[in-house]
Design a binder for this molecule. Sequence first.
Ligand SMILES: NC(=O)c1ccc[n+]([C@@H]2O[C@H](COP(=O)([O-])OP(=O)(O)OC[C@H]3O[C@@H](n4cnc5c(N)ncnc54)[C@H](OP(=O)(O)O)[C@@H]3O)[C@@H](O)[C@H]2O)c1
Length: 312
Amino acid sequence: VKAYLYDKKAKPSPLVLSEVDAPRPAGGQVLVEIRAASVNAAEWRSMQLGIVPKSRIYGADISGAVAEVGLGVKTLKVGDEVVGDLSGSGSGAFAEYAAVPESALTRKPASLSHETCAAFPMAAVTALQALRDAGGVGPGMRVLVNGASGGVGSFAVQLAKHWGAEVVGVCGPGNAERVKARGADAVIDYRSEGLDSRGGAYDRILAVHGDQPLSRYKRLLAPGGRCVIVGGSLSQVFRGIFFGPLLSLGSRKLKTLTARPSPADLSFVLGLAAEGKIAADIEKVWDFTELPAALDYVRSGHARGKQVIRIR
Ligand SMILES: NC(=O)c1ccc[n+]([C@@H]2O[C@H](COP(=O)([O-])OP(=O)(O)OC[C@H]3O[C@@H](n4cnc5c(N)ncnc54)[C@H](OP(=O)(O)O)[C@@H]3O)[C@@H](O)[C@H]2O)c1
């Protein structure tokens, strides 16, 4: 079967389309025939940090159908359509087949396509855990999403609106209409406008992208406010981890999120999508042979919404 094997030295891309033996499902695992996957910033960031999956096959988000079940599998059978985030179980989405623990998968809503479902796992669950668990976002809260036009940001804007918040999205000049179309009440262009004039304006901040001093985020928070650092530059993330707790003395808090794959949370966001309450913001569906180009595009830092890969 075909899979992209990582080879750091390969040119022009470290992702090399290869023929490999089909994986076999171990106990508690199922073999998934992957119909669609999607690319996350996490993949190139792992490459940058030298974190390589044991199988050498990157990729987290999958939507597909069960092709074989291993011993002891209780809830799934051949033919069931499933969605999952493989980042907690060895990765391997950039392939035609993956052996996946039954416990890492959730059922695909029948009304949504594989391409739509593949856009959700990591980005939507990260947005959910940032807003609901770390942020406690609720009705009437003023929420700033810095980095509103990418994968995580596009879901964050919609989920915050779904819970009745007033949402301001920060993005580049070409993405204002896209972010408003997802429901943002207002948009700030990070290239032409500063954030500094809005001190104390927000109850919650989601720092998804960018590289801002933590003191600036703190100034933007209203008393009792919380800033959740999800991503951005490496220095942004490390500053959040090391200095966030120090700057959280007083009522304004800064915390760093480490999202965890959760089939229950994935099922929740897919349910909202099936009810038409949120939608995947898919910029492009790429062919499997274009995966290295899709990864390069996401690596540029300016991809819009999600990049989905059609596999079979
Ligand atoms: N904490 C966790 O557990 C966790 C989980 C998943 C992801 N992450 C991290 O979260 C971040 C977002 O991931 P993603 O998959 O959503 O990324 P993505 O889809 O690649 O994000 C691309 C978007 O970021 C915007 N952007 C780039 N520079 C910006 C800036 N300076 N200010 C505001 N927006 C900017 C771009 O808009 P413009 O073109 O308009 O600039 C583009 O639309 C990454 O750093 C990722 O590593 C963390």
